[in-house]
Design a protein around this ligand. Structure first.
Ligand SMILES: [Zn+2]
Length: 116
């Protein structure tokens, strides 16, 4: 089997350990698939965090502010806004933490030989 000597142009993704062209990896050596997976995971978790923040805020408003029915719409808007903003912030934080932690490729195997 003839294998092209392109090692200098290839690099290994730090997450899934797949060897891909260097141009397909970002500066932390993550491939597109792993970046998308990390973003999707962060996005999914962030909605739960947003929901938790909104629930606590709604409970606090309900128990301590006890809004009258006249202004309840404004408070609902506040809770919805808090839900959205905290979910967005949580998504960025979760994604950044995932990137900085650089997982030790748990469950990933070495690239299979003979793929070329
Ligand atoms: Zn990868």
């Amino acid at each position: 089997m003839i294998r092209k000597d392109l090692d200098s142009l290839d690099a290994t993704c730090l997450v899934c350990l797949q060897t891909t062209p260097r141009q397909d990896l970002d500066r932390l050596l993550w491939c597109d698939t792993c970046i998308e997976a990390a973003q999707a995971r962060a996005s999914r978790r962030s909605w739960y965090i947003g929901l938790a923040v909104a629930a606590v805020l709604a409970l606090w408003i309900w128990l301590y502010i006890q809004p009258s029915t006249l202004v309840i719409g404004g408070w609902i808007g506040t809770v919805v806004g808090a839900f959205y903003v905290s979910a967005r912030v949580a998504r960025e934080v979760l994604y950044t933490v995932t990137r900085l932690r650089s997982p030790p490729s748990v469950g990933a195997g070495p690239p299979e030989e003979g793929m070329y």
